[in-house]
Design a protein around this ligand. Structure first.
Ligand code: PBG
Length: 330
């Protein structure tokens, strides 16, 4: 038996909802959230994403309404993913002046300037092969041929007025290459949020339908990390910090909370966690079956991610969570 019993009774502080609120260590706010948006060509389109109930692809003209809703809910930022009109070997719409993301940035910044616009900088949505870089004849992603393309991409995003760029392809040296390019073109004020520890995860499945970005062959294990590797994740983060990352991200979130906690403690940088599409879809599917309570499980997940060390959470639950936070639950 506990030697402190009966003097110590932790249950005393759980007696009423108000007491529990007073001793709560981790409190979510809408400020914690970054909302992912999928942008498509066309007019007045809101195309539901089957694998992610409640999420939709939006045409550029719909973005201002979405942005106003987010600001009203207190959500400070979005991260944009684009679906191009055409795909090719080098993903050329990715850095086109009038590409889908460049249009989206300009439209959002003109309509709701205070909303922070983050762009995912990667090639997989734009290439006809669906990989995150330039391929050689063996289907291998060639790191150093990919970097100059990513530099063109960030330059085009910066020219359109992006607030933060987030390289997500796990190419070696990408953070340094993007930092150098941003500085060279006079965008030294634009921070880099590095997808620093990004794992080759099955939890991205629903996203690949949403962003139409599955690899045409093979997988991403030659660039994304092995889920078994924690020490390597810390080395990856250290490299991105050395290369000039302003913020770092761990992705996915819930299965990698050990890594998130260590990254926060060790580096102390603003740390983001991506609560990814599969994490969202699992909650949705189980809730739709009546097996779990959606609000309870979603808020528990987001709270756990923050408790582990996340300063920012990229989540498809951003809007729901902000609404739930307006009505206190005990
Ligand atoms: C692009 C990218 C992916 C995600 C974010 N950026 C897909 C991938 O790496 O295959 C996944 C996000 C999610 O699942 O919600 N590289």
């Amino acid at each position: 038996m506990n030697a402190m019993f009966p003097q110590m009774r932790p249950r005393r502080l759980r007696y009423t909802p108000t007491l529990r609120r007073m001793v709560r260590e981790t409190v979510l706010t809408p400020n914690d959230f970054i909302y992912p948006l999928f942008v498509i060509h066309g007019q007045n389109l809101k195309r539901p994403i089957g694998s992610m109930p409640g999420q939709a692809q939006l045409s550029v003209d719909r973005l201002p309404y979405e942005a106003e809703e987010l600001i009203k809910l207190g959500i400070p930022a979005v991260i944009l993913f684009g679906l191009p009109a055409t795909k090719d070997a080098s993903g050329s719409e990715n850095y086109a002046e009038d590409g889908i993301i460049q249009q989206a940035i300009r439209t959002l910044k003109a309509a709701v300037p205070e909303l922070v616009v983050i762009t995912d900088v990667c090639m997989c949505e734009y290439t006809d092969h669906g990989h995150c870089g330039i391929l050689d004849e063996h289907g291998y992603v060639v790191n150093d041929k990919t970097l100059p393309i990513l530099q063109q991409v960030v330059a085009s995003h910066a020219q359109a007025g992006v607030d933060i760029v987030a390289p997500s392809g796990m190419m070696d040296g990408a953070v340094g290459a993007l930092r150098a390019e941003l500085d060279r073109i006079g965008a030294e004020h634009v921070p880099v949020m590095a997808y620093a520890a990004k794992f080759a995860s099955g939890f991205y499945g629903p996203f690949r339908e949403a962003a139409d970005s599955p690899p045409a062959f093979g997988d991403r294990k030659q660039y994304q990390m092995d889920p078994a590797n924690g020490r390597e994740a810390l080395r990856e983060v250290a490299l991105d910090v050395q290369e000039g990352a302003d913020m770092v991200m761990v992705k996915p979130a819930l299965p990698y909370l050990d890594i998130l906690a260590q990254v926060k403690q060790r580096f102390g940088l603003p740390t983001a966690a991506y609560h990814v599409s599969g994490e969202y879809a699992m909650i949705k599917a189980a809730a739709q079956n009546g097996w779990i309570d959606e609000r309870t499980v979603a808020m528990e997940s987001l709270t756990a991610i923050k408790r582990a060390g996340a300063d920012m959470i990229l989540t498809y639950y951003a809007k729901d969570a902000a609404r739930w936070l307006q009505v206190e639950e005990h």
